[in-house]
Design a protein around this ligand. Sequence first.
Ligand SMILES: Nc1ncnc2c1ncn2[C@@H]1O[C@H](COP(=O)(O)OP(=O)(O)OP(=O)(O)O)[C@@H](O)[C@H]1O
Length: 277
Amino acid sequence: MNAIEVRGLRKSYRGQEVVRGIDLEVARGEVFALLGPNGAGKTTTTEILEGHRRRDGGDASVLGADPATGGREWRARIGIVLQDADDAADLSVAEMVRHIAGFYPGPRPAAEVIELVGLTAKSKSRIRSLSGGQRRRLDVALGIVGRPELLFLDEPTTGFDPQARRQFWDLIRELAAEGTTILLTTHYLEEAEALADRLAVLADGRILAEGTPTTLGGGAQTTKVTWRDNGVLKEEQVTDPTELIRKLVATEADLRTLTVTRPTLEDIYLNLIKGDK
Ligand SMILES: Nc1ncnc2c1ncn2[C@@H]1O[C@H](COP(=O)(O)OP(=O)(O)OP(=O)(O)O)[C@@H](O)[C@H]1O
Protein backbone atom coordinates (compact mmCIF):
# COMPACT_ATOMS: atom_id res chain seq x y z
CA MET A 1 0.00 0.00 0.00
CA ASN A 2 1.18 3.54 -0.72
CA ALA A 3 2.00 5.83 2.19
CA ILE A 4 -0.19 8.54 0.68
CA GLU A 5 -3.08 8.18 -1.75
CA VAL A 6 -5.17 11.14 -2.79
CA ARG A 7 -7.99 11.30 -5.34
CA GLY A 8 -9.80 14.43 -6.44
CA LEU A 9 -8.80 16.48 -3.39
CA ARG A 10 -10.65 19.81 -3.06
CA LYS A 11 -10.56 22.70 -0.63
CA SER A 12 -12.12 26.16 -0.66
CA TYR A 13 -11.67 29.12 1.63
CA ARG A 14 -14.74 31.35 1.73
CA GLY A 15 -16.04 30.11 -1.61
CA GLN A 16 -12.65 30.42 -3.29
CA GLU A 17 -11.36 27.00 -4.39
CA VAL A 18 -7.60 26.76 -3.77
CA VAL A 19 -7.15 22.98 -4.14
CA ARG A 20 -8.97 21.95 -7.28
CA GLY A 21 -8.95 18.19 -7.74
CA ILE A 22 -5.51 16.86 -6.85
CA ASP A 23 -4.50 13.21 -7.37
CA LEU A 24 -1.32 12.09 -5.65
CA GLU A 25 0.41 8.85 -4.76
CA VAL A 26 3.51 8.61 -2.62
CA ALA A 27 5.03 5.15 -2.22
CA ARG A 28 6.41 3.95 1.09
CA GLY A 29 10.03 4.96 1.49
CA GLU A 30 9.79 7.59 -1.22
CA VAL A 31 10.94 11.21 -0.96
CA PHE A 32 8.32 13.25 -2.79
CA ALA A 33 8.58 17.01 -3.37
CA LEU A 34 5.69 19.38 -3.98
CA LEU A 35 6.79 22.46 -5.89
CA GLY A 36 4.82 25.48 -6.97
CA PRO A 37 4.53 29.26 -6.72
CA ASN A 38 3.27 31.09 -3.63
CA GLY A 39 -0.39 30.38 -3.07
CA ALA A 40 -0.42 27.24 -5.28
CA GLY A 41 -2.01 25.16 -2.52
CA LYS A 42 1.01 23.20 -1.26
CA THR A 43 0.56 24.02 2.43
CA THR A 44 -3.20 23.51 2.26
CA THR A 45 -2.71 20.08 0.67
CA THR A 46 -0.02 19.15 3.18
CA GLU A 47 -2.14 20.28 6.13
CA ILE A 48 -5.11 18.22 4.91
CA LEU A 49 -2.86 15.15 4.73
CA GLU A 50 -1.49 15.88 8.22
CA GLY A 51 -5.05 15.93 9.53
CA HIS A 52 -4.78 19.63 10.42
CA ARG A 53 -7.31 20.85 7.89
CA ARG A 54 -10.63 19.50 6.62
CA ARG A 55 -11.01 18.81 2.95
CA ASP A 56 -14.17 19.72 1.07
CA GLY A 57 -14.00 16.88 -1.42
CA GLY A 58 -12.10 13.86 -2.67
CA ASP A 59 -10.54 10.87 -0.94
CA ALA A 60 -7.34 10.77 1.07
CA SER A 61 -5.51 7.91 2.71
CA VAL A 62 -2.36 8.48 4.78
CA LEU A 63 -0.63 5.42 6.24
CA GLY A 64 -3.84 3.54 5.60
CA ALA A 65 -6.13 5.95 7.48
CA ASP A 66 -8.29 8.90 6.53
CA PRO A 67 -6.36 11.91 7.86
CA ALA A 68 -9.64 13.63 8.78
CA THR A 69 -10.35 10.95 11.38
CA GLY A 70 -6.85 9.60 12.20
CA GLY A 71 -6.51 8.98 15.94
CA ARG A 72 -3.67 9.28 18.43
CA GLU A 73 -1.86 6.14 17.29
CA TRP A 74 -1.98 7.23 13.67
CA ARG A 75 -0.68 10.68 14.66
CA ALA A 76 2.26 9.12 16.50
CA ARG A 77 3.43 7.54 13.23
CA ILE A 78 3.65 10.91 11.52
CA GLY A 79 6.22 13.68 11.90
CA ILE A 80 5.42 17.25 11.05
CA VAL A 81 7.59 20.28 10.43
CA LEU A 82 5.27 23.26 10.13
CA GLN A 83 5.99 26.46 8.23
CA ASP A 84 5.88 28.87 11.17
CA ALA A 85 5.75 26.96 14.41
CA ASP A 86 5.45 29.39 17.29
CA ASP A 87 5.47 28.02 20.82
CA ALA A 88 7.13 27.63 24.21
CA ALA A 89 9.82 30.27 23.66
CA ASP A 90 10.89 30.07 27.33
CA LEU A 91 11.90 26.41 27.22
CA SER A 92 15.43 25.38 26.33
CA VAL A 93 16.11 23.41 23.15
CA ALA A 94 16.67 20.18 25.11
CA GLU A 95 13.57 20.71 27.26
CA MET A 96 11.42 21.24 24.20
CA VAL A 97 12.77 18.16 22.40
CA ARG A 98 12.24 16.04 25.53
CA HIS A 99 8.74 17.46 25.95
CA ILE A 100 7.71 16.54 22.40
CA ALA A 101 9.46 13.15 22.67
CA GLY A 102 7.10 12.39 25.55
CA PHE A 103 4.16 12.21 23.15
CA TYR A 104 5.63 9.27 21.23
CA PRO A 105 5.87 5.60 22.17
CA GLY A 106 9.46 5.00 20.95
CA PRO A 107 11.19 8.36 20.52
CA ARG A 108 14.83 8.94 19.62
CA PRO A 109 16.95 10.13 22.55
CA ALA A 110 16.76 13.95 22.76
CA ALA A 111 20.54 14.40 22.66
CA GLU A 112 20.78 12.27 19.51
CA VAL A 113 18.15 14.34 17.69
CA ILE A 114 19.74 17.61 18.78
CA GLU A 115 23.08 16.35 17.48
CA LEU A 116 21.47 15.24 14.20
CA VAL A 117 20.21 18.76 13.51
CA GLY A 118 23.47 20.36 14.63
CA LEU A 119 22.15 22.14 17.72
CA THR A 120 24.25 20.48 20.44
CA ALA A 121 25.99 23.75 21.31
CA LYS A 122 22.58 25.38 21.77
CA SER A 123 21.04 22.57 23.79
CA LYS A 124 20.63 24.67 26.94
CA SER A 125 19.68 27.91 25.19
CA ARG A 126 16.15 29.22 25.36
CA ILE A 127 14.18 28.87 22.16
CA ARG A 128 13.59 32.63 21.99
CA SER A 129 17.33 33.25 21.76
CA LEU A 130 17.79 31.08 18.64
CA SER A 131 18.45 32.60 15.23
CA GLY A 132 15.91 31.99 12.47
CA GLY A 133 17.90 29.13 10.95
CA GLN A 134 18.55 27.55 14.36
CA ARG A 135 14.82 27.77 15.15
CA ARG A 136 14.12 25.99 11.89
CA ARG A 137 16.60 23.24 12.84
CA LEU A 138 14.73 22.82 16.11
CA ASP A 139 11.49 22.47 14.13
CA VAL A 140 13.11 19.67 12.15
CA ALA A 141 14.28 18.03 15.41
CA LEU A 142 10.71 18.12 16.73
CA GLY A 143 9.45 16.58 13.50
CA ILE A 144 11.78 13.58 13.66
CA VAL A 145 12.05 12.89 17.40
CA GLY A 146 9.13 10.42 17.29
CA ARG A 147 10.82 8.23 14.61
CA PRO A 148 7.99 8.92 12.15
CA GLU A 149 7.17 6.51 9.33
CA LEU A 150 6.03 9.51 7.34
CA LEU A 151 7.55 12.96 7.65
CA PHE A 152 5.94 16.16 6.35
CA LEU A 153 8.41 18.95 5.72
CA ASP A 154 6.90 22.30 4.73
CA GLU A 155 9.70 24.53 3.46
CA PRO A 156 12.13 23.04 5.96
CA THR A 157 15.29 24.90 5.00
CA THR A 158 13.99 28.46 4.73
CA GLY A 159 16.58 30.64 6.45
CA PHE A 160 19.29 27.95 6.51
CA ASP A 161 22.79 28.99 5.57
CA PRO A 162 24.30 26.95 2.70
CA GLN A 163 26.24 24.65 5.04
CA ALA A 164 23.19 23.99 7.24
CA ARG A 165 21.19 23.21 4.12
CA ARG A 166 23.74 20.60 3.01
CA GLN A 167 23.73 19.07 6.52
CA PHE A 168 19.95 18.96 6.40
CA TRP A 169 20.06 17.20 3.02
CA ASP A 170 22.38 14.57 4.52
CA LEU A 171 19.95 14.12 7.41
CA ILE A 172 17.01 13.66 5.02
CA ARG A 173 19.01 11.10 3.02
CA GLU A 174 19.76 9.22 6.25
CA LEU A 175 16.08 9.21 7.22
CA ALA A 176 15.13 8.07 3.72
CA ALA A 177 17.74 5.29 3.89
CA GLU A 178 16.11 4.13 7.14
CA GLY A 179 12.84 3.83 5.19
CA THR A 180 11.08 7.06 6.24
CA THR A 181 8.61 8.34 3.66
CA ILE A 182 8.99 12.08 3.17
CA LEU A 183 6.66 14.68 1.66
CA LEU A 184 8.56 17.90 1.17
CA THR A 185 7.48 21.31 -0.06
CA THR A 186 10.20 23.67 -1.12
CA HIS A 187 10.96 26.72 -3.25
CA TYR A 188 14.56 25.62 -3.68
CA LEU A 189 14.68 23.68 -6.92
CA GLU A 190 18.18 22.39 -6.24
CA GLU A 191 16.86 21.00 -2.96
CA ALA A 192 14.11 19.10 -4.77
CA GLU A 193 16.65 17.90 -7.32
CA ALA A 194 19.03 16.74 -4.59
CA LEU A 195 16.45 14.94 -2.45
CA ALA A 196 13.33 13.91 -4.32
CA ASP A 197 12.73 10.54 -5.96
CA ARG A 198 9.63 12.06 -7.55
CA LEU A 199 8.07 15.48 -7.60
CA ALA A 200 4.95 17.32 -8.66
CA VAL A 201 4.47 20.94 -9.70
CA LEU A 202 1.34 22.53 -8.32
CA ALA A 203 -0.10 25.79 -9.62
CA ASP A 204 -3.44 27.34 -8.87
CA GLY A 205 -4.64 24.28 -6.98
CA ARG A 206 -3.89 21.74 -9.70
CA ILE A 207 -1.00 19.46 -10.55
CA LEU A 208 0.68 20.72 -13.72
CA ALA A 209 3.28 17.99 -14.03
CA GLU A 210 4.66 15.05 -12.17
CA GLY A 211 7.78 12.97 -12.62
CA THR A 212 11.33 12.37 -11.45
CA PRO A 213 13.82 15.26 -11.37
CA THR A 214 15.07 14.06 -14.78
CA THR A 215 11.77 13.22 -16.48
CA LEU A 216 9.66 16.14 -15.26
CA GLY A 217 8.33 18.23 -18.11
CA GLY A 218 8.52 15.30 -20.56
CA GLY A 219 10.51 15.13 -23.76
CA ALA A 220 9.67 18.69 -24.75
CA GLN A 221 12.85 19.97 -23.13
CA THR A 222 15.79 20.66 -25.37
CA THR A 223 19.52 20.65 -24.88
CA LYS A 224 21.51 23.73 -25.87
CA VAL A 225 24.65 23.16 -27.91
CA THR A 226 27.05 26.04 -28.58
CA TRP A 227 30.34 26.17 -30.45
CA ARG A 228 32.47 28.59 -32.43
CA ASP A 229 32.75 28.42 -36.19
CA ASN A 230 35.51 30.67 -37.57
CA GLY A 231 35.23 32.71 -34.39
CA VAL A 232 31.46 33.11 -34.70
CA LEU A 233 29.40 31.81 -31.78
CA LYS A 234 26.77 29.31 -32.97
CA GLU A 235 23.91 27.93 -30.94
CA GLU A 236 21.32 25.21 -31.53
CA GLN A 237 18.54 23.78 -29.40
CA VAL A 238 18.08 20.06 -30.00
CA THR A 239 16.23 17.20 -28.30
CA ASP A 240 19.21 14.86 -28.63
CA PRO A 241 22.62 16.45 -29.25
CA THR A 242 24.29 13.25 -30.53
CA GLU A 243 23.60 13.76 -34.23
CA LEU A 244 24.58 17.44 -34.20
CA ILE A 245 27.84 16.71 -32.40
CA ARG A 246 28.68 13.94 -34.91
CA LYS A 247 28.09 16.41 -37.71
CA LEU A 248 30.27 19.03 -36.03
CA VAL A 249 33.11 16.55 -35.53
CA ALA A 250 33.12 15.97 -39.30
CA THR A 251 33.51 19.72 -40.00
CA GLU A 252 36.29 22.19 -39.34
CA ALA A 253 34.44 23.70 -36.36
CA ASP A 254 36.63 24.42 -33.33
CA LEU A 255 35.24 22.02 -30.75
CA ARG A 256 37.43 23.27 -27.90
CA THR A 257 34.64 25.77 -27.34
CA LEU A 258 31.81 23.20 -27.53
CA THR A 259 29.26 23.36 -24.70
CA VAL A 260 26.27 21.08 -24.17
CA THR A 261 23.81 22.38 -21.58
CA ARG A 262 20.88 20.35 -20.29
CA PRO A 263 18.02 22.33 -18.80
CA THR A 264 18.14 22.39 -15.01
CA LEU A 265 15.13 21.48 -12.92
CA GLU A 266 14.72 25.23 -12.40
CA ASP A 267 14.53 25.84 -16.18
CA ILE A 268 11.96 23.04 -16.51
CA TYR A 269 9.95 24.36 -13.57
CA LEU A 270 9.94 27.96 -14.84
CA ASN A 271 8.84 26.76 -18.28
CA LEU A 272 5.97 24.79 -16.79
CA ILE A 273 4.79 27.72 -14.70
CA LYS A 274 5.13 30.13 -17.63
CA GLY A 275 3.16 27.78 -19.90
CA ASP A 276 0.36 27.73 -17.34
CA LYS A 277 -0.10 31.50 -17.32
N1 LIG B 1 -6.75 30.01 6.40
C1 LIG B 1 -6.95 30.52 5.19
N2 LIG B 1 -8.02 31.31 4.92
C2 LIG B 1 -8.22 31.82 3.69
N3 LIG B 1 -7.42 31.61 2.63
C3 LIG B 1 -6.34 30.83 2.82
C4 LIG B 1 -6.04 30.24 4.11
N4 LIG B 1 -4.91 29.51 3.99
C5 LIG B 1 -4.50 29.64 2.71
N5 LIG B 1 -5.36 30.43 2.00
C6 LIG B 1 -5.25 30.76 0.55
O1 LIG B 1 -5.19 29.55 -0.17
C7 LIG B 1 -4.29 29.65 -1.26
C8 LIG B 1 -3.27 28.53 -1.16
O2 LIG B 1 -2.45 28.75 -0.02
P1 LIG B 1 -1.30 27.76 0.45
O3 LIG B 1 -0.76 28.29 1.73
O4 LIG B 1 -1.84 26.38 0.43
O5 LIG B 1 -0.26 27.93 -0.74
P2 LIG B 1 1.28 27.47 -0.82
O6 LIG B 1 1.41 26.80 -2.14
O7 LIG B 1 1.66 26.70 0.37
O8 LIG B 1 2.04 28.86 -0.85
P3 LIG B 1 3.50 29.32 -0.27
O9 LIG B 1 4.48 28.81 -1.26
O10 LIG B 1 3.39 30.80 -0.31
O11 LIG B 1 3.65 28.75 1.10
C9 LIG B 1 -3.69 31.04 -1.19
O12 LIG B 1 -4.37 31.84 -2.13
C10 LIG B 1 -3.99 31.50 0.23
O13 LIG B 1 -4.18 32.88 0.27
